[in-house]
Design a protein around this ligand. Structure first.
Ligand code: PLP
Length: 475
C-alpha cells in the first residue's frame, strides 16, 4: 500500500508545485527533516499515512455548524456520517457515555468543556430561577446577575511548573481570566502529586472545577483518588488526558489510572500519544452531553470535517491490538530512557517515569534548559526545554528538558535503542559548557567541542536508518 500511496503523494506534490513550488519544496523538506532527527518531543508523533491522507480531501470545503442531524447548513449528510463514526469510535474505545469530535485542538476542547460545565452548573439553574427558556429572554438585571455569577467561579488545576498546562488556570491564559483560580503543585521533596495536600487545598478553596491531567508530569495519576477529592467538596472533576490518551486507549492505564469512569468531563488532543490528526476531543458523562453539544456555536466555529474524518480513522487504528502493543512499548521505552540517563549521571524529576515522559534536570550538567535544548538540537536530537518544579531559571530559560517516547516508538525503536539515545544525550550534555562572560556563566549561549554535534548526528543516523519513517514513501 505504501508504494501506491507514494505514487499518490508524488502526483499531489507535482500539482502543488505547479501552483506554489516553495510549498511543495517545504513539504518535501519537512519529511526529510523529520526522517533525519531523533524526535523526543513528548507531545509529537507520526500519524499513519491513511490518517494523513484523510485530511487532504474536499471535506475541508464543507461548513457544518451544529451537531449530527441538526445543522445550520444544508447538505451535511456526509459530514453527519463522519462525525457520527468518529464519536462512535471514541465512545467505544474509551467506554464513554458521550463523545464530541468537533474541537479544533486541545485548547478548544478545554475551553469548550469549561463553558459546558459553566452552562450546566450556572447558566441552566439561573434560567430556571429567572423563569426563562434561554438567555435572550432575560431582563437586563437578570443578565447582569448571570454574568456576575460566571465570573466568580473557582478552578483548581495543576501549576505550570509542576507539569500542568496553560489552560489549567494559568493567569495569562483565558482559563486564568474566566475563573477565580488556584494551582496545586507537587511534593517538593519527591516531585510527586500529594493527594492529601490537594484534598486540604480543595477543602479550603472550594472550587467548582478540579482539573487533573498534565503536560510534563512523568508519573501516573490515581483518578479514583481525584474523584474522592472532588466529591469531598462537591466539585466537578475534569481530566485533560491530552498527553496520555494513547496510553488509556492502549490499555496501559486501567482501573484507577483510567480517567474516563471517574471524571465528569474528559478532554484530549488527538495528535500526541493517540497518534491521530492535530485536533481535540471531549468525552463526558451523559448528564453533560447536551451542554458539550453546544460547543459550536458557543465557543467553536464551523467544525473541520476533514479532520474529524481523520480522527475517525485514527480512533479505528487505536482500537487494534497493534496499538495496544504500541502503547505498552511507549512506556517500556520511556523507562529504558530514564534508566539509561540515570545510570550515566542524569538527574530526573521524580527519579524516573511510569508514563511516556522523562523530565531531565540539566542543572546537574551545569546548563540551563535553553542551552541543553539548543546543544541537543545541534546534535540532531529534538526535545524541548521545560520548567522543573520551583524552577530557579524561570519559564524562559528553565532547568529541564522534557523527553518523550511516543514518536520514536512509532518508528520501531526498542529499549536497547533508547539506551543508546540516553548515551548520546548524556555525552552531549556532559561535554557542553555555558559560555562565560565577565566571569559569569550565561543562560543562553554555550560551547561544544568541535566535531561533537557531527559525530552525534552520525550516531543518530545509524539508529534512524534502522527504523525508517514511512518506509517506501519516496518523494
Ligand atoms: N492540554 C494539554 C495537557 C496539553 O499538553 C496541550 C498541548 O500541549 C493542550 C491541552 C493544548 O493542545 P493544542 O495545542 O492542540 O491546543
Amino acid at each position: 500500500m505504501t508504494e501506491a500511496l507514494s505514487g499518490a503523494y508524488q502526483t499531489l506534490l507535482a500539482a502543488i508545485e505547479a501552483v506554489e513550488p516553495r510549498i511543495a519544496q517545504a513539504t518535501r523538506d519537512e519529511l526529510k527533516d523529520q526522517r533525519a532527527s531523533l524526535k523526543l518531543i513528548a507531545s509529537e508523533n507520526y500519524a499513519s499515512l491513511p490518517v494523513l491522507a484523510t485530511m487532504g480531501t474536499w471535506f475541508s470545503d464543507k461548513y457544518a455548524e451544529g451537531t449530527v442531524g441538526h445543522r445550520f447548513y444544508a447538505g451535511c449528510q456526509n459530514v453527519d456520517t463522519v462525525e457520527a463514526v468518529a464519536a462512535e469510535h471514541a465512545r467505544e474505545l474509551f467506554g464513554a457515555d458521550y463523545a464530541y469530535a468537533q474541537p479544533h485542538s486541545g485548547i478548544y476542547a478545554n475551553v469548550t468543556a469549561y463553558w459546558a460545565i459553566l452552562a450546566h452548573h450556572i447558566e441552566m439553574p439561573a434560567l430556571k430561577e429567572f423563569g426563562a427558556k434561554n438567555v435572550s429572554e432575560l431582563s437586563e438585571a437578570d443578565w447582569e446577575t448571570l454574568r456576575a455569577r460566571f465570573g466568580n467561579q473557582r478552578l483548581l488545576g495543576m501549576s505550570l511548573d509542576a507539569g500542568g498546562h496553560l489552560t489549567h488556570g494559568f493567569r495569562p491564559n483565558i482559563s486564568g481570566k474566566m475563573f477565580h483560580q488556584r494551582s496545586y503543585g507537587t511534593d517538593p521533596s519527591t516531585g510527586l502529586l500529594d493527594y492529601d495536600a490537594l484534598a486540604k487545598q480543595a477543602a479550603e478553596f472550594k472550587p467548582l472545577i478540579i482539573v487533573a491531567g498534565y503536560s510534563a508530569y512523568p508519573r501516573r495519576v490515581n483518578f479514583a483518588k481525584m474523584r474522592e477529592i472532588a466529591d469531598s467538596v462537591g466539585a466537578v472533576l475534569m481530566v485533560d488526558m491530552a498527553h496520555f490518551a494513547g496510553l488509556v486507549a492502549g490499555k496501559v492505564f486501567q482501573g484507577d489510572e483510567d480517567p474516563v469512569p471517574f471524571a465528569d468531563v474528559v478532554t484530549t488532543t488527538t495528535h500526541k500519544s493517540l497518534r491521530g490528526p492535530r485536533g481535540g476531543l471531549i468525552l463526558a458523562k451523559q448528564d453533560y452531553a447536551s451542554d458539550v453539544d453546544r460547543g459550536c456555536p458557543m465557543v467553536l466555529g464551523g467544525p473541520l470535517p476533514h479532520v474529524m474524518a481523520a480522527k475517525a480513522v485514527a480512533l479505528a487504528e487505536a482500537k487494534t491490538e497493534a496499538f495496544q502493543d504500541y502503547a505498552h512499548r511507549v512506556v517500556d521505552n520511556a523507562r529504558a530512557l530514564a534508566e539509561g540517563l540515570m545510570k550515566r549521571g542524569g538527574k530526573l524529576v521524580t527519579d524516573g517515569t511510569d508514563n511516556h515522559i522523562v523530565l531531565l534536570d540539566v542543572t546537574s550538567f551545569g546548563l540551563t534548559g535553553r542551552q541543553a535544548e539548543s546543544a541537543l538540537l545541534d546534535a540532531g536530537i529534538v526535545a524541548n526545554r521545560n520548567s522543573v518544579p520551583n524552577d530557579p531559571n524561570g519559564a524562559w530559560y528553565t532547568s529541564g528538558v522534557r523527553l518523550g517516547t511516543p514518536a520514536l516508538t512509532t518508528r520501531g525503536f526498542t529499549t536497547s535503542d533508547m539506551d543508546e539515545v540516553a548515551a548520546m544525550i548524556t555525552d552531549v550534555l556532559k561535554a557542553t559548557e555555558p559560555t562565560v562572560k565577565d566571569g559569569k556563566p550565561g543562560k543562553a549561549k554555550y560551547e561544544m567541542p568541535a566535531g561533537l554535534a557531527q559525530g552525534t548526528q552520525e550516531r543518530a543516523g545509524k539508529l534512524l536508518d534502522s527504523h525508517p519513517l514511512y518506509p517506501g514513501l519516496e518523494l
